[in-house]
Design a binder for this molecule. Structure first.
Ligand SMILES: [Zn+2]
Length: 221
C-alpha cells in the first residue's frame, strides 16, 4: 500500500491536496514546473508534491531514460553541429519534452553543451562549406553576365600580385641588391629572364648567356 493511500484514508484534506496537484499539473504540467512552484501554487509541502507526482512526472524517470539512451548512443552527448543530436531530437526520440531533457541533463551532470558551442571560426567555416556551391554558381553567372567587368577585376588583382616583392636579389651583372617581385619571378620561370637589376644589365646578361651557349655548341660539335 502506498503512503499516499494511507494518508488519503487518514485525512480527507490531503486527498484534496493530491487532487489540487493533479489539477495543477493538468493545466501547467508542460513543461513541468519546479516542485517548489507546484507546492506554492497548491499550498502543500514539496515532500508532499513528490509523493503524489504521477510516474510520468517523476523527475528521476526522464533521467533514467536519458541515461539509458546515451549509453546506447554516446554521440547524443555531442551537439548537432558536432555530429551529435539536439535536445529536441533526443526529446522526440524518447517521447519526452525538451524541458525534461534539459533537467535530466543537469541531474546526470552530463557535459554542459555550452562548452561544445562552435567557435566563430568554426561557424564561418561551416557556413562557407554549406553555401560554397551556391556562391560559386552565382559567381560564374555574374562573370558570364559582365565579362568586361570581370576582366577588369582580374587585371587589377594580377597587377597587385605582380608588384608584390617576394625577396631581395643580387644582380648577376653589376652585383646590386634589388627587390625581386612576383613579376620578375614569373618572367624567370616562363621566359628564362636573367636575375638582373635593370634593362641594360638584363641585356648584358642575355648577351653573355648567348655567347656561352655558342661556345657550348662549338665545343660539343
Ligand atoms: Zn645590375
Amino acid at each position: 500500500m502506498r503512503r499516499g493511500d494511507q494518508n488519503r484514508r487518514a485525512s480527507p484534506t490531503i486527498d484534496t491536496a493530491r487532487e489540487r496537484v493533479e489539477r495543477f499539473l493538468a493545466e501547467h504540467g508542460d513543461p513541468l514546473p519546479s516542485i517548489q512552484t507546484i507546492a506554492r501554487a497548491v499550498g502543500c509541502s514539496r515532500q508532499y508534491v513528490y509523493l503524489v507526482l504521477p510516474a510520468g512526472y517523476q523527475p528521476g524517470s526522464a533521467a533514467r531514460r536519458l541515461d539509458a539512451f546515451v549509453k546506447s548512443c554516446p554521440n547524443a552527448l555531442l551537439t548537432k553541429a558536432r555530429g551529435g543530436m539536439s535536445f529536441s531530437q533526443i526529446a522526440a526520440q524518447l517521447g519526452l519534452k525538451e524541458h525534461a531533457i534539459r533537467n535530466a541533463w543537469r541531474l546526470l551532470a552530463y557535459p554542459p553543451r555550452i562548452q561544445l558551442k562552435l567557435t566563430p571560426q568554426e561557424r564561418s567555416r561551416l557556413h562557407y562549406e554549406r553555401y560554397k556551391d551556391a556562391h560559386r554558381q552565382r559567381t560564374l553567372a555574374w562573370r558570364k553576365e559582365k565579362p568586361e567587368r570581370w576582366r577588369e577585376i582580374q587585371l587589377r588583382a594580377d597587377r597587385r600580385w605582380a608588384a608584390k616583392i617576394i625577396r631581395n636579389e643580387r644582380c648577376l651583372v653589376c652585383g646590386a641588391t634589388f627587390a625581386w617581385t612576383n613579376q620578375h619571378e614569373r618572367g624567370r620561370r616562363l621566359n628564362g629572364r636573367p636575375v638582373a637589376c635593370s634593362r641594360p644589365c638584363a641585356l648584358r646578361a642575355r648577351k653573355a648567356e648567348r655567347a656561352a651557349m655558342k661556345e657550348h655548341i662549338v665545343e660539343t660539335a
